[in-house]
Design a binder for this molecule. Structure first.
Ligand SMILES: Cc1cc2nc3c(=O)[nH]c(=O)nc-3n(C[C@H](O)[C@H](O)[C@H](O)COP(=O)(O)O)c2cc1C
Length: 191
């Protein structure tokens, strides 16, 4: 199995080094209990004023609704995401409890997604975030109240399978080593 461990310059913890965005998913199902563990982990992310402005709408591969969420994805994501065990549409709550706009909700949704991804990996389950989806179709398919909620990303979850199962260009992407900007590009010491 292809494992794309990050090569870091500093002693980053294994869970972060070992996470990567997989595309080859095995036929093994994620159970409802496993999924609830992953979602609960996401719920323990930090958020502004503990507003928790996230909402996860999920479907298992065996559900009749699964294909409806696959159909919401853009063409470049469908060929591999259709083999995920679980698909999640992640929504942001646009408003605070007092009715004002939550301007920072997308930050908190990202924090929840990162948190649930690390929980998933600790259970041997890989995830892949997708911004490539049709927003209008998602809103219609899921009967989302667009005044209150905005679909932000989809997440595919599944156990890992061989890259050989993928067609190109997805196979090549699955096998390409991960890379990051250097610390000097993304940070500076303000003295
Ligand atoms: C907000 C967001 C949107 C993304 N959208 C897509 C997508 O539509 N399709 C895709 O294949 N990967 C998508 N990705 C995955 C990124 O390409 C991936 O995280 C990045 O290349 C780093 O690779 P790594 O996660 O394996 O470290 C997305 C990731 C994020 C965080």
């Amino acid at each position: 199995m292809n494992i794309k461990i990050a090569k870091t310059n500093n002693p980053v913890i294994d869970l972060i080094k070992d996470r990567w965005s997989a595309r080859s998913f095995s036929p093994k199902d994620i159970s409802q209990h496993e999924l609830e563990t992953i979602l609960e982990a996401g719920s323990w992310a930090f958020s502004s004023s503990n507003s928790q402005p996230w909402n996860f709408i999920y479907t298992h591969r065996k559900d009749a609704s699964f294909q409806k969420l696959v159909d919401c994805l853009m063409g470049g994501n469908q060929p591999w995401a259709k083999n995920a065990s679980v698909l999640i549409a992640v929504l942001a709550n646009k408003k605070n409890d007092n009715g004002t706009e939550n301007k920072i909700a997308k930050h908190d949704v990202g924090a929840a997604n990162a948190t649930l991804m690390l929980q998933a990996l600790s259970m041997g389950i890989y995830g892949h975030v997708m911004g490539g989806f049709h927003a209008d179709k998602t809103i219609e398919t899921l009967s989302i109240d667009a005044e209150k909620h905005e679909p932000i990303v989809f997440i595919a979850l599944g156990y890992l399978d061989s890259a050989d199962k993928l067609e190109e260009p997805f196979k090549a992407r699955e096998l390409t080593a991960r890379s990051r900007k250097s610390l000097s590009e993304i940070s500076k010491h303000f003295v």
